[in-house]
Write a protein of this length. Structure first.
Length: 206
């Protein structure tokens, strides 16, 4: 009990609030609820600060991007067809699959190299795990766009990248954030199952 209290007192309130808003937004997204987006916006705003302090600069930049894409997602989900209660779930198509792969292949080495070269120029401390961080960032960029467009397979990509993030955040002593991402893995799996059920309901019965 004493060890837990010591750990608790070492945690940042900003990180804990970020964890709570993060879990709420992903849980709401998993059940296809539009109110996930305002919680997501608060969450990424907090993590811009958290990741800057942790020297995870690619993740920090990702949060700035997510701030924009979350606003777009909120707008896109609100534009449901007149005869639908929600925007329909879609399957990934070959064009989306191609640009997803190209985005990850191009962004990862470019961002990783940039983080290494930029730190001394801007007098920042060297980035932690620049290429791994950049790979996760590239995957997250793709996954979030697919989620905003209600593509079912976004959840599978989130499962993959969140597992990697758990290890990264444990290594950086962001234990509350690592726990949040472990829960994200479970929620993403449940989200995939729930969205797949919604998609199957959309298929007309012949």
């Amino acid at each position: 009990m004493h060890a837990f209290l010591d750990w608790w007192h070492q945690q940042s309130w900003i990180e804990l609030i970020g964890v709570i808003t993060g879990l709420v937004c992903v849980a709401l997204a998993a059940i296809n609820n539009i109110w996930n987006w305002p919680f997501a916006i608060v969450n990424v705003a907090l993590y811009i600060y958290i990741f800057f302090n942790a020297r995870l600069y690619a993740d920090m930049g990702l949060q700035v991007y997510l701030l924009c894409i979350n606003t777009y997602g909120w707008y896109y989900w609100s534009r449901k067809p007149a005869d639908e209660t929600k925007v329909p779930v879609a399957q990934i198509n070959s064009k989306q699959l191609l640009w997803s792969a190209l985005t990850i292949l191009i962004v990862t080495p470019f961002l990783g190299f940039t983080l290494i070269k930029l730190a001394p120029v801007l007098h920042y401390q060297p980035a932690s795990y620049p290429y791994l961080d950049s790979f996760c960032t590239a995957c997250s960029i793709v996954a979030q766009i697919l989620m905003a467009r209600k593509v079912l397979q976004n959840w599978l990509l989130w499962v993959f990248v969140d597992v990697i993030y758990v290890g990264v955040y444990i290594a950086k002593n962001l234990h509350a954030t690592a726990f949040m991402y472990a829960v994200y893995v479970i929620i993403a799996l449940l989200g995939f199952i729930d969205w797949r059920k919604d998609y199957q309901k959309q298929i007309p019965i012949r």
